[in-house]
Ligand binder design. Structure first.
Ligand SMILES: Nc1nc2c(ncn2[C@@H]2O[C@H](COP(=O)(O)OP(=O)(O)OP(=O)(O)O)[C@@H](O)[C@H]2O)c(=O)[nH]1
Ligand SMILES: [Mg+2]
Ligand SMILES: [Zn+2]
Length: 305
C-alpha cells in the first residue's frame, strides 16, 4: 500500500480542463509517474490559473487509473504570457535561414519580447544547408553585432548539436520559440530521440509552416532539466516602459552593465540627451528609437484615457 497522499509535480501539458503532471521525486525518466489531473475548483476562484511549467501539489491519487487532482500551485519564478509557460530559465529563439525566409524585423521582435522576461536569451538559426556558407558567415557576424552568438544548425550536420545539448542539460527549463516551420520540433526530436513528435514540411507555395505543433509541451531532458516545445505563433508585443527598453537591447545593455560608459542623467533614454555617451552606432538603433516613440505614445494615451 502506498501511504503517501500528496506529491509534488510539474505540469507538462494542458488541454481543455485537463493537465498532465509528472511527479517530481527521484527525477528518473519514467512514464509511469505521469498523472492526468483536473485542478481543484477553488484554485480557479482564487485566480490561481495553472500553466505548463508550473510546480503543483497533487492529491486524490489513483495509481491504477493514473489520475489525480491538482491541490495547489507553488510560487513561480516567472510567467511568459504567449505562449503561456511558467518557470522558464532560458529562452531559445529559433528561426530558419530559409523556408520560411529569415525576417529581421520579426526576429528582432521575438528577441526583444524574450528579453522582457529577464532570463538568458539565445538565438538558434536552422536550415543552414539551404544557403551558401558565405551567406551563413555574414549573417553570423550580423547577429553577433546584435549581441547574440547564434548557434547554426542543419539537418545535414551535427557539429553544433552536442554543444547545444550540453548547454540545455545545464539549464533548468529551456523553451524553443519561433515562427511555424523553422524546425523547433525537428530539433527537439533530435535532442530527445524517443519522443517522436510530429513535424511537417513547409508549404511549397508560400514557404510557410503549417502550424504542426498545436500545444505547448514540456519534455524531460535529464534529471533536472526540461525543454518546452511551442507552436509557431506571432509575437504579442508586451507593453514596455520607455526607460526599460535599453535593457532589452544587448547592444546597450553590455555598455550599461559593464559601466564603461556613463550617461549624464539617471533617466536618460539615450536618444539625443546632451551628455549621453553611449555608443549608438549599431544596426538596430533606429528600431530602438521606434520602440521608445511607440512606448511614449502608448504611455500618453493611457494617461489621457
Ligand atoms: N533543409 C532543412 N530542413 C529542415 C531543417 N530543420 C527542419 N527542417 C524541416 O522543416 C520542416 C518544419 O519543421 P518542424 O520541426 O515541423 O517546424 P516547427 O518549428 O516545429 O513548426 P511548428 O510546429 O508549425 O511551429 C520539416 O519538414 C523539417 O524536416 C534543416 O536544418 N534543414
Ligand atoms: Mg513544431
Ligand atoms: Zn544615455
Amino acid at each position: 500500500m502506498n501511504l503517501i497522499s500528496e506529491y509534488k509535480g510539474i505540469v507538462t501539458k494542458k488541454f481543455n480542463d485537463f493537465f498532465f503532471v509528472d511527479i517530481l521525486d527521484n527525477g528518473e525518466l519514467d512514464k509511469s509517474k505521469r498523472f492526468l489531473c483536473k485542478s481543484r475548483k477553488s484554485l480557479k476562484h482564487q485566480q490561481k490559473y495553472i500553466f505548463v511549467g508550473d510546480i503543483v501539489t497533487i492529491r486524490s491519487i489513483n495509481h491504477k487509473d493514473k489520475t489525480a487532482v491538482i491541490d495547489d500551485l507553488l510560487d513561480r519564478e516567472n510567467i511568459l504570457h504567449r505562449p503561456a509557460v511558467a518557470n522558464i530559465s532560458d529562452i531559445y529563439i529559433v528561426h530558419s535561414f530559409k523556408h520560411p525566409e529569415l525576417n529581421y524585423s520579426q526576429l528582432s521582435d521575438f528577441l526583444i519580447n524574450a528579453e522582457f522576461l529577464r532570463v538568458k536569451v539565445s538565438l538558434i538559426l536552422t536550415k543552414s544547408d539551404l544557403i551558401p556558407p558565405e551567406k551563413c558567415n555574414s549573417l553570423f557576424e550580423k547577429f553577433r553585432n546584435w549581441g547574440y552568438e547564434p548557434k547554426i544548425l542543419s539537418l545535414t550536420s551535427n557539429d553544433e548539436l552536442n554543444g547545444l545539448v550540453n548547454e540545455l542539460k545545464a539549464n533548468k527549463c529551456s523553451i524553443f520559440m519561433g515562427p511555424s516551420g523553422v524546425g523547433k520540433t525537428t530539433l527537439l526530436n533530435k535532442i530527445i530521440p524517443n519522443i517522436n513528435r510530429a513535424t511537417s514540411a513547409v508549404s511549397n507555395k508560400i514557404k510557410r509552416g503549417k502550424n504542426t505543433t498545436r500545444n505547448v509541451e514540456l519534455f524531460q531532458l535529464s534529471k533536472e532539466s526540461y525543454i518546452v516545445d511551442t507552436p509557431g505563433f506571432n509575437i504579442l508585443n508586451n507593453y514596455m516602459r520607455p526607460e526599460d527598453i535599453a535593457l532589452l537591447f544587448p547592444e546597450f545593455e553590455i555598455q550599461i552593465n559593464q559601466n564603461r560608459v556613463r550617461c549624464k542623467f539617471r533617466d536618460c533614454l539615450h536618444i539625443d540627451e546632451p551628455g549621453c555617451n553611449l555608443n549608438k552606432n549599431f544596426e538596430r538603433y533606429s528600431f530602438y528609437k521606434y520602440l521608445i516613440e511607440n512606448s511614449k505614445i502608448l504611455c500618453h494615451q493611457s494617461q489621457v484615457n
